[in-house]
Design a protein around this ligand. Structure first.
Ligand SMILES: Cc1cc2nc3c(=O)[nH]c(=O)nc-3n(C[C@H](O)[C@H](O)[C@H](O)COP(=O)(O)OP(=O)(O)OC[C@H]3O[C@@H](n4cnc5c(N)ncnc54)[C@H](O)[C@@H]3O)c2cc1C
Length: 450
């Protein structure tokens, strides 16, 4: 295969691969062989989503030979809404991609520090409380398509689109092999599965699925602030928030404005898909046959069914305006899968020359906005550890140990809201929500919160 790691493996753990690291370039991945000079580590990455592309870029910058194989044929044509990158994820990205690409990300990202504090509302639109001030929060929101496209640019010709991986394993010499649906195959020194929540690579390593449905179905869409009535624009302000009601119904509103609230005010660098103040919303319901049926709908039919479903549950038409004003072409169902939030359950395999990262290992519902950031931090950590160890498998083992902790932390954060939403669908939870929300709303009013 052109441009891909060759069939002949020059593995760092093969007989020829016991050389010493030589490079000072961030410490990575070039090794001097006793007889032949410098050899470059060859890494095969399965999946060109956020984590796989971040890894591909980081390895490439560090001097490794890398090939990222992605089944999509166009990185911009696969959808997605927005991704939150906290300070740690941004720091990791600075080490993985060139400074000019970081600048374009910042010029395309919407700054949380320029937003009003997050809000909690009840299903009638009454304020229950506000979150902390965000003025010192370094996080940003960026379109998933924009982030993915910029990362793909960073990987350049090492990204191979339209390649569907159909299997992974070891050849007779113990080198990892990746096979494709088109009948071809490649080997490398290291294979990394960055193939998302339904990862084939992680399933191979774990001997079964690494996550399960979280019990919630989600539906998302985009609503331009300009399509809302003046009253609703004023009520919502420039804040994200969560509307909660009984029976497990919840609505997340994410405000972003990569133009007015750009992290870096350099319009000439902007690559955002979102071109003005926008709410990206996520409607959540318990996963039942009734809500499962909604998944079959699309566009305006899905939008109307969601509004009707919330209406049946007593939600006010004011709160539902943001759904009704959504661009129907953007309304779609998405999945909520979750791995265990116990570190010891994650990556339940012994370290070797095939590993995985991101959602493949710690599939995280979007309820804490941390899944993509964790995948990026996984990528940065793997690049770092490969660069600072002269032996591959111990470096992978150390990376996997750190990833277990990282994954458990983000899963714990994301599962809090999921459990809470599911609790409101129990008899006690529904009664408590019905009884508590008016009290909380009255208390908020008494404190002058509007
Ligand atoms: C289409 C899509 C839209 C999303 N939208 C959002 C969003 O709006 N907000 C949010 O918070 N999160 C979203 N996510 C999830 C988010 O991107 C991930 O949770 C997070 O970025 C972790 O990244 P990852 O690289 O581990 O997985 P992903 O970003 O999911 O990437 C996995 C990649 O592997 C590829 N792949 C899978 N199997 C194979 C195979 N056999 N052969 C070749 N390639 C394969 C997939 O096509 C995908 O590109 C979305 C994911 C997808 C796939």
């Amino acid at each position: 295969m052109q441009g891909a790691p060759g069939c002949c493996c020059h593995g760092v753990h093969g007989a020829r691969g016991s050389g010493h690291p030589v490079s000072g370039m961030g410490g990575i991945v070039r090794r001097r062989l006793p007889d032949e000079g410098v050899e470059v580590m060859r890494v095969v990455v399965v999946g060109g989503g956020i984590g796989g592309l971040a890894l591909g870029s980081g390895l490439r910058r560090a001097g490794a030979e890398v090939s990222v194989f992605e089944r999509d044929t166009d990185v911009r044509a696969t959808g997605g809404y927005h991704i939150t990158l906290d300070g740690r994820a941004q720091e990791a990205l600075r080490g993985l991609v060139a400074p000019e690409i970081v600048e374009r990300m910042l010029a395309s990202g919407s700054a949380l520090r320029l937003r009003d504090p997050d809000a909690f509302w009840d299903r009638r639109g009454r304020v229950l409380g506000y979150g902390p001030e965000l003025r010192d929060d370094p996080s940003l929101d960026i379109d998933r398509i924009t982030l993915r496209a910029l990362l793909a640019e960073a990987v350049g010709a090492d990204l191979h689109l339209g390649k569907v991986v159909s299997g992974v394993g070891y050849d007779g010499d113990g080198a990892p092999v990746v096979s494709f649906e088109d009948g071809s195959s490649v080997t490398g020194d290291l294979v990394v599965g960055a193939d998302g929540a339904h990862s084939l690579v992680a399933r191979f390593l774990a001997g079964g699925p690494t996550n399960a449905p979280a019990g919630i179905v989600g539906f998302s869409g985009r609503t331009s602030v300009g399509n809302l009535s003046a009253g609703e624009r004023e009520r919502l302000g420039t804040r994200s928030g969560l509307v909660v009601g009984p029976r497990g119904a919840a609505l997340y509103l994410g405000f972003l404005d990569p133009v007015g609230n750009a992290v870096l005010d350099r319009p000439e660098l902007r690559a955002s898909v979102t071109t003005g103040p926008t709410f990206i919303w996520g409607a959540m319901f318990p996963d039942t046959s009734a809500t499962g049926a909604l998944r079959k709908l699309h566009g305006s039919a899905l939008r109307a069914a969601l509004v009707a479903r919330f209406g049946e549950l007593g939600w006010s038409s004011q709160v539902l305006e943001v759904l009704e004003a959504a661009d129907p072409a953007t309304v779609a169902a998405f999945r909520f899968n979750a791995a265990s939030s116990r570190a010891r359950d994650l990556a339940p395999w012994g370290a070797g020359r095939i590993t995985a990262l991101g959602d493949a290992v710690h599939a995280t519902p979007p309820t804490a906005g941390m899944g993509a950031g964790a995948a990026i931090r996984d990528a940065a950590d793997l690049v770092e550890r490969l660069g600072h160890s002269s032996a591959l498998v111990p470096a992978v083992a150390a990376f996997e140990a750190a990833m277990r902790e990282r994954g458990a932390e983000v899963l714990a954060a994301a599962m809090g809201p999921v459990r809470w939403i599911l609790f409101t669908d129990t008899v006690a939870g529904a009664a408590l929500t019905r009884a508590a929300t008016p009290v909380l709303a009255a208390a908020a009013r008494a404190r002058g919160l509007r």
